[in-house]
Design a protein around this ligand. Sequence first.
Ligand SMILES: Nc1ncnc2c1ncn2[C@@H]1O[C@H](COP(=O)(O)OP(=O)(O)OP(=O)(O)O)[C@@H](O)[C@H]1O
Length: 365
Amino acid sequence: MASDEPLVRFSGVQKSYDGEQLVVRSLDLDIHRGEFLSLLGPSGSGKTTTLMMLAGFESPTSGDILLDGRQITGTPPHKRNFGMVFQNYALFPHLTVEQNVAYPLTVRKVPRAEQQERVRKALDMVRLAGMGERLPARLSGGQQQRVALARALVFNPQLVLMDEPLGALDKQLREHMQIELKELHRQLGVTFVYVTHDQGEALTMSDRVAVFNEGVIQQLASVEDLYESPANRFVAGFVGDNTVLSGTLQGTGDGTAIQMPGGYLLPGVNVNGATLGSRVQACVRPERIVLHPYAAYPRGSAIPAAVTRSIYYGDHLRLMCDLGHGQEHATVKVALTHSDASAYPQPGQNVLLEFPPESTRIYAM
Ligand SMILES: Nc1ncnc2c1ncn2[C@@H]1O[C@H](COP(=O)(O)OP(=O)(O)OP(=O)(O)O)[C@@H](O)[C@H]1O
């Protein structure tokens, strides 16, 4: 099999638990060898079900799952040879760290001396050398999760499946483990499939992200494309922060614009085929909005606004601004870095907000 063939292919996969409602609908997904792929989406969107079908704990209602070009829908989980890490680490409490990590090797009847060597390497890899004799109860949450990771990697699986593996850890430890996981992935070159509802986590670690909603992949893209070019309103809203403007679509081609209440016309990009005169929303990343003194008005692609609040975030400042024409989403967020912030306006002050046309992405509603 050529190495540019996908490692895994989901083809027309559907899943219903009750025979009525589809929780995964017509899923087509190729997983490339060696990639770090995240399945990202809100609760109930079908991510875990997709992972469980890949793991073999659930079977598809219809469709095919291929591994190296071969159908695996009838293969039981333990014969798929995948490493798995879940949120509750599920270590054996009565076994030491070493025994826990050795378990997959024992099951596979690997000779004892080789087991010891591989367990030692796996514990080194997750930086737990010297802790092999401990019982899980004497480890911190992060250490227990590393044991689970060592256990998932020790038998050199071709695919590692993870479902919210860092969900139980506090923020600092979670961010630390994200960096470690990414580094491990880089070193090992193993294919990782990672389920999370945390967009920050998905963006930090993944090569590609599949964004799920209501059992359908809304977009499958690199993290950069996902942030810069969300394919629809759902992805724009779910990944990264947004300022949202409501209005109607005017013009075509270079003249495409969103017409806002109050008569303002902001040029932008018609992303997913909104029709002339229809209700649309424009999404702009807060850090792309350019702030000008009110005195600069009028100016193309800009509208006047009043600052209502300024919020300090440490590494940047956020201004909440009221566009003042009574529309539903009249409050916009503007993110300023500290270099801009020396003369940032105070609440009550009027400003001019420029929405760069290439960053103003207009979506059909
Ligand atoms: N074993 C099951 N039996 C019946 N329904 C289920 C089962 N597992 C999941 N579901 C339902 O299927 C839908 C998709 O669930 P799934 O766990 O795949 O979503 P998810 O995106 O992983 O969400 P979460 O992040 O909350 O786990 C939900 O409506 C859920 O209630």
